[in-house]
Design a protein around this ligand. Structure first.
Ligand code: ASP
Length: 482
């Protein structure tokens, strides 16, 4: 065993130092700040559990070890990675900072071992970094992530997912992953596609959501499924929208709208309240799409007062009774939310007969919070003739419907239970929990607004050899053409 391993084993976490008053301990972490006062040198050390102040006391002329320590202390700079040995002293009453973590103790430093020095960082991470140029922040995202705000955001994200997961496990859900390589479908947003080397000229699509797979898992008899799924959509980027986002995606068999909504409401309530947040109104108020449009002019709205906004209160609401279809620019019909949805029971007959299309309401339920759509789902059409009728309304011929969702129609023939589900956007939820206005503040490695990856250099051209292998030729667009 090396001494480093031993050192690690004896390492005390900064958050636990207060329990070691009077003892000599070893801590490891980063130099948060160094304050050189000439005779005394103060440090703040940081690890994942917090911050503690340390001090190097003046050396007497004959004390060689202390003189050497003072020299090291003078060389050490912010963000150096160090292992520090010292005595945990209680601070004198007058120096106690009651409002600060470890404000009543101080580490009297006896030894500093530099595990790795650090160059001066390209930007200051000791304050809020949101004002710093985005491309610089993302180029050095691993440094940006060291800042207190982003540490907090990422830890809250982890806690949110953990708590939702625990809730779902305790309610008998099974966590199942679905493929990333899948089939391009004509609905929804633009797909990201991946060329197939083994099948030149053919492409996979990356999933916009696990929608079809989770329904097939209901056919497969799992009854309660969930996963934290990545959804990939080639959309124009906005503050609350990226190419990739994470969903807590779930599906349940033998349920009506009410049961899915109740399950999700219980999960959200338990999760956010156990994280110390307050919900404005419980049970979550419900409003029809029509009333929401009349009252708020939108299907996402903010129910908080100015004061509640300042207090970080969460105002959830359900929006229901959405129209199933809307007119396309060409004068046909398309779905508003999800082609796999079931109309409300009273309107199934209209759909089957292709009548009153504009009046057909869907079983869609959207969860709104503080002005964002934080989730959405529906009860699904689990019988083939209902899904076929939806595609017919949208102007698909039988062959086109088969080509698009034939595999779903086939699956529905073999005993698919009634089912429904929802997907909650992890980032949108975290934006509300943290009070952030941009999706990238709650993602570890987001993209720039121009679609450039953080730290790494994508997208970039492929080498000639790779293109050849994939059977792809790049056609240069004529000058000036978009
Ligand atoms: N697949 C839908 C979405 O990603 C959610 C759902 O209906 O479950 O928005």
């Amino acid at each position: 065993m090396t001494s480093r391993t031993e050192g690690e084993r004896s390492r005390v976490l900064i958050g636990e130092l207060a329990q070691h008053a009077g003892e000599t301990v070893s801590i490891a972490g980063w130099v948060d700040v160094r304050r050189d006062q000439g005779k005394l040198i103060f440090f703040d050390f940081r690890d994942r559990t917090g911050i503690v102040q340390g001090v190097v006391l003046p050396a007497r002329t004959e004390d060689e070890a202390q003189i050497a320590l003072m020299e090291t202390a003078k060389e050490v700079r912010n963000e150096y990675v160090v292992q520090v040995e010292g005595i945990v002293n209680k601070r004198p009453e007058k120096n106690v900072q009651a409002d600060k973590q470890n404000g009543d103790i101080e580490l009297e430093i006896k030894n500093i071992e530099v595990l790795n020095p650090a160059e001066t960082l390209p930007f200051d991470i000791s304050t809020d970094t949101s004002g710093i140029d985005e491309s610089v922040r993302l180029k050095y995202r691993y440094l940006d992530l060291r800042s207190e705000r982003l540490q907090k955001n990422m830890r809250m994200r982890s806690e949110f997912i953990q708590k939702c997961r625990e809730f779902l496990f305790s309610n008998d859900f099974t966590e199942i992953e679905t493929p990333l390589f899948t089939e391009s479908t004509p609905e929804g947003s633009r797909d990201f596609v991946v060329p197939s080397r083994l099948n030149p000229g053919k492409f996979y699509a990356l999933p916009q959501s696990p929608q079809q797979y989770k329904q097939l898992l209901m056919t497969a008899g799992f009854e309660r499924y969930f996963q934290t799924a990545r959804a990939l959509r080639d959309e124009d980027l906005r503050g609350d929208r990226g190419f990739e986002h994470t969903q807590i995606d779930l599906e349940m068999s033998f349920v009506q709208m009410e049961e899915v909504m109740e399950m999700v409401e219980a999960m959200i309530t338990k999760t956010v309240e156990s994280m110390g947040l307050t919900i404005k109104e419980k049970p979550f108020p419900r409003i029809s799409y029509k009333d929401a449009m009349e009252k708020y002019g939108a299907d996402k709205f903010d129910l908080r007062t100015e004061e509640e906004k300042a207090q970080g209160i969460l105002a959830y609401a359900w929006v229901v009774n959405f129209p199933f279809f809307e007119k396309t620019d060409e004068g046909g019909w398309t779905f508003t939310h999800n082609p796999f949805s079931m109309p409300i029971p009273e309107h199934v007959e209209w759909l089957m007969k292709g009548e009153h299309i504009e009046d057909i309401l869907t079983t869609q339920y959207d969860l709104v919070c503080n002005g964002y759509e934080s989730g959405g789902g529906s009860i699904r059409a689990h019988r083939p003739e209902i899904l076929e009728a939806t595609y017919k309304v949208m102007g698909y011929t039988e062959e086109q419907t088969q080509a698009s969702v034939g595999h779903m129609l086939e699956a529905f023939k073999y005993g698919t239970p009634p089912h429904g589900g929802i997907a909650l956007g992890v980032e949108r939820n975290l934006m509300n929990l943290t009070g952030e206005s941009y999706l990238r503040e709650v993602q570890a490695f987001p993209m720039t607004r121009g679609g450039q990856t953080a730290v790494m250099n994508a997208p970039k051209p492929l080498a000639e050899k790779q293109l050849k292998e994939l059977g792809i030729e790049i056609v240069k667009k004529p000058e000036g053409q978009q």
